[in-house]
Design a protein around this ligand. Structure first.
Ligand code: ATP
Length: 376
């Protein structure tokens, strides 16, 4: 049972360096003072604690924006529910403690030091359908457990899947339950959804939020894993939405070497009707997911290279999103719900963003301005 501890986290944990930042959060490495065990501490600031952008190690860090009480309360509720109903599960992040102080809420989480899903794949020496099936199996196993406990993730995407350790056989963990819903308990955060690339048609249409929405997202992840580009690709969000709402995707030339079993599976996960998609338990029983029908030989070099460049662009976009939702003007104009919509920005906002990125790029973020412009 997790209770929110109303004392300073520094009583129990030594807070170390920054592991990463999200739009609403900053994650530090930490060590339990008495036990010496490493953890990740995710801090979400409350409203009223605006902070200007700051420099750290010569790099410009995005300003951390306070999150609304509703979102924060939702994340706490879902995380507690996971501890009570799901944990421990090898493929779901474990929450140790929650602290609340005057600054905000600190989630003490299992430390995942193995990196993000796609980073590990593009760095791997031998990547095959069988390796992709191992990934899908783990996410499906986590989802099976979450769905059995009536939790719908609602923001399943590669950046929310981290490896626990650097070991080759490290478990993959599903995390970031900020937008999640407990069926029949919490209200979906109205109008808000995760990254549009992974979002199901019924979510865009603001119909019922169902576990099947997560299965759609998993279908999108699988599609990218096997060809290196997303199934619903368009220059603008509006066009992307139209493709998603029509479940309009295809298996082009690149797919000729991919097994039929994988293609059937993707088609079933990306079915417009949520009731026609397999549930997580059914997926785990699928011959391709079990590994029996997945090809063992390495995927074509061309696919692997496309996956690498998709991942590079994805990381760059993630930095841009963090910047967008960190900007107060986005809050004021209530554009929070279109987190991913560059195309929705006004000229003025775009100019601000551009200027912000010019600063980031000239401060060692490892990306160039022209890369940013290409993304835009
Ligand atoms: P947002 O909340 O805006 O969707 P996000 O999902 O990237 O963004 P967080 O979940 O707060 O935000 O994570 C920020 C970064 O911190 C992640 O990209 C990841 O690199 C790192 N991180 C988060 N949780 C852990 C963890 N348990 N162990 C190690 N690193 C973590």
């Amino acid at each position: 049972m997790v209770t929110v501890l109303e004392r300073r986290i520094q009583h129990d944990y030594a807070v170390g360096h920054v592991l990463g930042t999200g739009g609403f959060s900053v994650v530090h490495k930490g060590v339990h003072i008495k036990e010496g065990s490493p953890v990740a501490i995710k801090t979400i600031k409350k409203l009223g604690f605006l902070q200007a952008p700051s420099f750290k190690g010569g790099r410009l860090l995005p300003p951390q924006i306070p999150i609304s009480e509703t979102l924060l309360a939702n994340e706490i509720l879902v995380m507690k529910h996971i501890v009570e109903e799901v944990s421990p599960h090898p493929n779901v992040i474990h929450l140790h403690d929650v602290y609340e102080d005057e600054v905000g809420v600190h989630f003490v989480l299992e430390l995942c030091s193995g990196g993000e899903l796609f980073d590990r794949i593009v760095a791997s020496k031998c990547y095959s359908e069988a390796a992709a099936a191992t990934v899908i199996r783990q996410i499906a196993s986590g989802l099976k457990s979450l769905h059995a406990s009536h939790i719908v993730h609602r923001d399943l995407k590669p950046e929310n899947c981290l490896f626990l350790t650097d070991e080759d056989d490290s478990p993959l963990k599903i995390m970031d339950f900020g937008l999640s819903q407990i069926e029949g308990v919490t209200n979906p955060i109205v109008g808000m959804f995760g990254s549009i690339d992974y979002v199901a048609p019924e979510v865009l249409e603001k119909r019922l939020v169902l576990p099947a929405g997560d299965m759609w997202s998993l279908g999108v992840i699988l599609y990218i894993l096997l060809c290196g580009y997303p199934p619903f690709y368009a220059r603008t969000n509006r066009e992307k939405q139209a493709l998603i709402l029509a479940a309009d995707f295809s298996f082009e030339d690149t797919w000729k070497t991919v097994s039929q079993s994988a293609k059937h599976l993707i088609s079933s996960l990306l079915a417009y009707d949520p009731h026609k998609r397999p549930c997580a338990a059914e997926l785990l029983d699928h011959p391709w997911v079990r590994g029996d029908a997945a090809k063992q030989e390495p995927l074509e070099q061309e696919i692997f290279q496309r996956l690498q460049s998709f991942n590079a662009r994805r990381k760059f976009r993630a930095a841009a999103f963090a910047s967008i939702i960190s900007s107060t003007f986005m809050f004021r104009t209530k554009k929070l719900k279109s987190l991913v919509g560059y195309q929705d920005l006004t000229e003025e906002e775009l100019k601000n963003l551009h200027e912000y990125f010019r600063k980031i790029c000239s401060n060692g973020a490892g990306a160039t301005l022209s890369e940013f412009e290409e993304v835009l």
